[in-house]
Each structure stands twice: as structure tokens, then as C-alpha cells.
Design a protein around this ligand. Structure first.
Ligand code: UD1
Ligand code: UDP
Length: 380
């Protein structure tokens, strides 16, 4: 079977590592993978670093689409992916998550009748102002095989008319839906022992385990408007003051640009004179999981990072009003605070005083990628 994988943004490059590893280890004789990188992310530490350190095969094609408005960016991707699909004629196209690269892959393939396989199917925020929500819904409804990591994902799909009935041959009009667990859990387990062997970044930043807070911010609703961005950074400064802990902020390039444009003068001054807020470049995955597994609190608007906080048994403050990973909020591991400074500080106090966290196995058994490969072989 020839599978054409479309990736482009950081989280899906990271996700692709799990499937490539499973193919390489268990299904080499049955699956050949052709990788297309759209070029949505292109900085060294937003793309190349993951291929190198996670052993992802070099992309067979790179469309070098780069940044741009949604329409322009997605259109360029569709055009490029379609011509590769027409040339390669794979048995299926595989996409991850909910980015513009996911949408472009799904649309290009489905129009020329190439089955789409969607990993991370069924996740919903029920907020269509998020570009990702439009991407996910569209991709799921173009898909022939849908792999959902969670029970909630399956429930969301059923609400939208998908059926769980199993028949041998999947078809776009009779798609098959499976709950497989989360391939990011596979990755976190696999790479955490390697990451913790050297803790390179921890040493470089002079951090000791369980004495710092990790924060990431990149969601457009937080970064692209002055009010949410200033409220979040003010909240972080206050949490640093109250906790007297270092806060490490590996900064997405979008946020770095917007902080320069939108932060108020007093916030910039406070950030500059506070050496305990360590703003660093985006981290590689090994450094990132070393930070996640050694911090004592995560503050984030990232989908992936909130889940990894759970994997590494760290409480999490989510800088959003909704999450697709509702299980971790319902289980009391994370709190939603939007971009509100007061709620952020209140959540910090709440989590600092809570000591009855539990971490049930919500995300599978660490072998989701193998199950997905097996199901692709069985049903395509
Ligand atoms: C994208 C995804 C988002 C995902 C995130 C992961 C969409 C609609 N959004 O958001 O779902 O959570 O990736 O990180 O697909 N930039 C650089 N260098 C890079 C990449 C981006 O400087 O290598 C800057 C550019 O100024 C660009 C901005 O970041 O305009 C935003 O990049 P873009 O890919 O459009 O969206 P993300 O915010 O990264
Ligand atoms: N990540 C990383 N370095 C960073 C920030 C995040 O390697 O500096 C990883 C993180 O561990 C997770 C993934 O990127 O696996 C999440 O991607 P991101 O936050 O960009 O997007 P989202 O998950 O919100 O779509």
C-alpha cells in the first residue's frame, strides 16, 4: 500500500514521527510512505529540527508554501498537493490534526477520489471562529478512515452523523470510524527517556526539576489582538511574582512578532527587567518534553502541550475558553481561563492548592500508531 502523508505545521511533523516509526518497525513490507511537506512552517526550529531529532524520513516533496492569509496559503497547498497526487496516485492520503495543511490535503485528495485518512478525527471546540474548527470538520467529512484519539472525539462524530458500524471496505460514503488512542502519547512515551538522558536545555537555562513553570502561547485569538495578549503577559508576570519561580516561554514566531507590535510599554519594561521570565526560541521536541516532564505547572493555549502536560502528570492552565481535550478539564487536571488576567491568576492559586490529581489512561496504551497502520491495511 502506498500512503501519501501531508504535513506542514510543527505539531503534525511531530505526529508524523509516530506513524513513520511504526511503518519502519512493523509494516515496512506492507506500507510505503511518501511524505509531502507543504512548507507551512519553515524555520529551522519549527520544522527541520523535528525531522532530525525524531528520525522522520526526509520529505519526498516540499511545496515551500510559507506563510500567508488562509485563502492564499491553502490554495497554494491544494494546487501543489493535487499535482503530486495525480503523479503518484497513492492508495490513500494521510493527514493529521486541523491545520491549513490538513484541510488542503483532504480537499485535494477527495476531489480526485483518493481516500483520505484522518488522524485526530472528531475533535471539536464548538467554536467556528477558530480556523482549526473549520479545518477539522471539513477534513472529517472528506475522510474515508477516521481515527479518533478519545471517547469525546467518537461522540462528536456520532453527533455529526458518523456511524460506528464496521464493514470490511471503507468508502467515503461509508466511512469507518475507530478509537485508537493518541499517537502523541506514543511519541511522548518513546522520546521521554531519550530526552531525560541529558536534559540539555534545563542545564543551559539553569533550571532544577519541579521549580519552574512552562508556558507557550501561539493561538491567533490570543496573539493577534492587543487586549488578550497584554492580559496574558500581565498574568504571567504576576504569577512569576507570586510564585517566585522561573517561567520558561519558548516563543512561537507568530507570538514573537505580535509581542513586538502589540505589548504595552509598561509590560515590555517589566518583561525586560525580569530575568525570571525566560523567553527562548521555539524548542525542539526533546527539549520540550524535558521541560514538560520537569516543570511543575504548564500554562498554554496549545492543543498538544495541554495534553503532554497530562501525559507528564502536570497541572495545566489553558489559555482558551474551550478545549477539544475536554477529558483533562473534566478530570480536574486543567482549568480553562481564556485570555483573562484575573482568571489566570485565580487558576494558578487553585491549582497550587490542589493535591488530589489523578491521571487515568485517557489516551490509549502508547501503541496507537501501530493500530492505525494495521487498520489502514485491513480496511483500505
Ligand atoms: C498553525 C495552525 C495552528 C497550529 C499551529 C502550530 C492553521 C490555520 N494554524 O498556526 O492550528 O496550532 O500552526 O504551531 O493552520 N511563522 C514564522 N516561521 C515559521 C512559521 C510561521 O515566522 O516557520 C510566522 C509567520 O509570521 C506566520 C505566523 O507565524 O504568518 C503564523 O504561521 P501560520 O502557519 O499561518 O499559523 P500558526 O499560528 O503557526
Ligand atoms: N512543541 C515543541 N517546541 C515548542 C513548542 C511546542 O516541540 O517550542 C511541541 C509540543 O511538545 C507539541 C507540539 O509542539 O508536541 C504542539 O504544537 P503547537 O503548540 O505548535 O500546536 P497545537 O498542538 O496547538 O496545534
Amino acid at each position: 500500500m502506498r500512503i501519501l502523508t501531508v504535513i506542514g505545521a510543527r505539531p503534525q511533523i511531530i505526529k508524523a514521527a509516530a506513524i513513520s516509526r511504526a511503518i519502519n518497525t512493523h509494516f515496512k513490507d506492507q506500507i510505503t510512505e511518501i511524505i509531502v511537506h507543504t512548507g507551512q512552517h519553515y524555520d529551522e526550529n519549527m520544522s527541520a529540527i523535528f525531522f532530525t531529532e525524531m528520525g522522520i524520513p526526509t520529505a519526498n516533496y516540499n511545496l515551500s508554501v510559507g506563510s500567508g492569509n488562509h485563502g492564499v496559503q491553502t490554495a497554494k497547498m491544494i494546487e501543489g498537493i493535487e499535482s503530486i497526487l495525480l503523479k503518484e496516485r497513492p492508495d490513500a492520503l494521510l493527514v493529521y490534526g486541523d491545520t491549513n495543511s490538513t484541510l488542503a490535503g483532504a480537499l485535494a485528495a477527495t476531489k480526485i477520489h483518493i481516500p483520505v485518512v484522518h488522524i485526530e478525527a472528531g475533535l471539536r471546540s464548538y467554536n467556528k471562529a477558530m480556523p482549526e474548527e473549520i479545518n477539522r470538520i471539513t477534513c472529517d467529512h472528506c475522510s474515508t478512515l477516521l481515527f479518533s484519539p478519545t471517547n469525546q472525539g467518537i461522540e462528536n462524530l456520532i453527533k455529526e452523523g458518523f456511524s460506528l458500524s464496521i464493514h470490511p471496505k471503507a468508502h467515503i460514503d461509508r466511512p469507518l470510524v475507530f478509537k485508537t488512542g493518541d499517537i502523541m502519547y506514543d511519541n511522548s512515551l518513546y522520546f521521554s527517556s531519550i530526552a531525560n538522558e541529558n536534559n540539555r536545555l534545563l542545564k543551559q537555562l539553569n533550571l532544577t526539576p519541579n521549580s519552574f513553570i512552562l508556558c507557550t502561547i501561539h493561538r491567533d485569538s490570543n496573539t493577534d489582538h492587543p487586549d488578550p495578549l497584554n492580559q496574558i503577559i500581565r498574568g504571567i508576570l504576576e504569577i512569576q511574582r507570586i510564585s517566585n519561580q522561573t517561567i520558561v516561554l519558548p516563543l512561537h514566531p507568530r507570538t514573537r512578532k505580535k509581542m513586538t507590535e502589540l505589548l504595552e510599554a509598561d509590560v515590555v519594561e517589566e518583561l525586560q527587567k525580569n530575568p525570571r521570565i525566560q523567553v527562548i526560541d521555539p524548542a525542539g521536541f526533546l527539549d520540550m518534553i524535558s521541560l514538560e516532564s520537569n516543570c511543575n505547572l504548564v500554562i498554554t493555549d496549545s492543543g498538544g502541550v495541554q495534553k503532554e502536560a497530562f501525559f507528564f502528570q502536570k497541572p495545566c492552565i489553558i489559555l482558551r475558553d474551550q478545549t477539544e481535550w475536554v477529558e483533562i478539564v473534566e478530570n480536574g487536571n486543567a482549568l480553562l481561563v481564556g485570555s483573562n488576567e484575573d482568571k489566570l491568576i485565580e487558576a494558578f492559586h487553585q491549582l497550587a492548592h490542589k493535591n488530589d490529581f489523578t491521571y487515568p489512561p485517557l489516551f490509549g496504551n502508547g501503541h496507537a500508531a501501530e493500530d492505525i497502520c494495521r487498520l489502514m491495511i485491513e480496511h483500505l
